[in-house]
Design a protein around this ligand. Sequence first.
Ligand code: 0RQ
Length: 512
Amino acid sequence: MATPALTSRVLNSSLAQRIMSADEAAALIGSGTRIGMSGFTGSGYPKAVPLALARRISDANLRGHKFQVSIYTGASTGPELDGALAMAGGIHLRLPYQSDPETRKRINAGEMDYMDIHLSHVAQYVEYGFLGKMDWALVEVAAVLDDGRLVPSSSIGNNKTWVEQAEKIIIEVNQWQPAALEGMHDIYYGLEPPPNRKPIPLVHPGQRIGSPYLHVPLDKVVGVVLTDSPDRNSPFKPPDEASRRIAGHILEFLGWEAQKGRIPSNLLPLQSGVGNIANAVLCGLEEAPFENLTSYTEVIQDGMIRLLRTGKLVSASATAFSLSPEMLAEVNAEMSSFRERIVLRPQEISNHPEIIRRLGVIAMNGMIEADIYGNVNSTHVMGSRIQNGIGGSGDFARNGYLSIFMAPSTAQGGCISTLVPMVSHVDHTEHDVDVIVSEQGLADLRGLSPRQRAKLIIDRCAHPDYRPALRDYLARADRLAFGRHTPHLLTESLGWHSQYLRSGRMRSGGDN
Ligand code: 0RQ
């Protein structure tokens, strides 16, 4: 039985009559269906119905009935969604991004299909019909207004598309989400498919061009489920030494760029990926001599909140929060103070190529590895094992004013060089990568030919243990390659990876 406090978030009387339990809602969903769920980097995902669905799937499987669904989201979610459904063996196809250990394990074991898609593409791929008909939308919101408009919760992701495209809708209304989120969102309703698409009228990162509410066809809503559950959030690790050094190189570089007049003294709108290094860059900005910063990014991390508090950051545009538990508690308590300065948008707008190019975003993303010519692998360990996905890194790297990729120069206790002769999987080609940074230093690749880039990346970014072997490879490739424009020795270029798979260590010290 729902308590009055919970039902007070559902002001529409018609939808209030459709309140049901999570088990009742999950019982409506059939095997083989496609479900568009809310959720982006552990924020705003449905928390009760996926768990109930996972129980239902486990029961069916125990009885020998195969029951699987396809799950589309904004990006990563939480253990109650990806974790539970993967554990039940209930996911047939997952897209466009995940970072859940159980999901990752099943994908890499070949038990689950996964499509790793640019986050800006998902909504239009569904609208164009490339990804099939959407059966269900399952979307968490903070409240339902009396006229039926929805107050989104801590992420927007693809929710606008899910409620528009799905045949039927289930809404989770999460009492835990602060009521003060109302007014923070900006949902743009002007995107028509080609050939009728018009320019998006967004010319400043903090600008609002849409509605604070999600509009939903009420007749499609078959169930409303009340919840009171926190978002998943990852603890904030203080930056380690390598991250601090990477951040230092980037901030020094941005200072030089500003001095040379290539970017304004308040920089250009910042995009920063998730994780330790991205947070270290944001921490570094607290001390750096830049004022009146803006951001046009996907996620609001702890560091951005601190910059907003000190006034260094004037506005932040994203599609989701991605905060540590401590910061989340603080932000939820003071949400109204951020409402004017944070804008949450659908991910097709937060990550839109047109806007990113127009605003001149400075894109900073993590990578698994880069090769000596500047191609970047963001997704696959040893070329075949997916880690998370490309996420928004390609949206920003391809279209940004400056595209920066960063990683420590070694991984797995030094057994792997993250700078290699040839990447084992390509997400971002040399044409989309301007700057590579490791704790060793920064390589500015703009205006350089492939052979110049290779020399710089080895000299500036590679770990000293691996530099001689990389130099040796480049020298021999330069003598023996089929062509000398981008010299490679094809029988050797992926040999570092196969050596690691054989021996647990990539070659080093020029022992070719
Ligand atoms: O393995 O977990 O076993 O220790 O990969 O690496 O160093 O913790 O790095 O958390 O910054 O993630 C590229 C994955 C980096 C991330 C990636 C191993 C390493 C460790 C994780 P363990 P770290 P981070 C905004 C933009 C794509 C999406 C994106 C990512 C594990 O940045 O997913 O940018 N990016 N989105 O040991 C073998 C290598 C390795 C390696 C690292 N070369 N070989 N293993 N590892 N490098 C967000 C969204 O789009 C939503």
